[in-house]
Write a protein that binds this ligand. Structure first.
Ligand SMILES: C[C@H](O)[C@H](O)[C@H]1CNC2=NC(N)=NC(=O)C2=N1
Length: 96
């Protein structure tokens, strides 16, 4: 099972993820896209990555605003898998 990150390790990871904040046992990022179809395109790309890595974010869809929340449920908190998925989500959003 993936190892839980310490508070210090999470804080250090967040210095490399400026769009993300810690919300308890999760990392969260909200992003506003140009349109609802573009938001859904982002969701679909993230879904492909999530399936291939077997690590799935919670995704809140409100018109063209998406909120991603990452946590490793099996470990009961934040692990490197969440940091890695946050980086991948940034890659999808920044590609637009
Ligand atoms: C069996 C399979 O590995 C698990 O159910 C996966 C699927 N996706 C997951 N996603 C997240 N975010 N946390 C998990 O613990 C998790 N577990």
């Amino acid at each position: 099972m993936a190892k839980l990150l310490s508070d210090e390790e999470v804080a250090e990871a967040l210095t490399r993820l400026p769009h993300w904040k810690r919300e308890g046992d999760a990392l969260a990022r909200t992003v506003e896209l140009a349109s609802f179809p573009q938001a859904i395109q982002v969701v679909n790309r993230v879904a492909e990555i999530a399936e291939s890595e077997d690590h799935h974010p919670d995704i809140d869809i409100r018109w063209r605003n998406l909120t991603f929340r990452l946590s490793t449920h099996s470990a009961g908190g934040l692990t490197e898998m969440d940091v890695s998925m946050a980086t991948e989500i940034d890659g999808v959003v920044d590609q637009l």
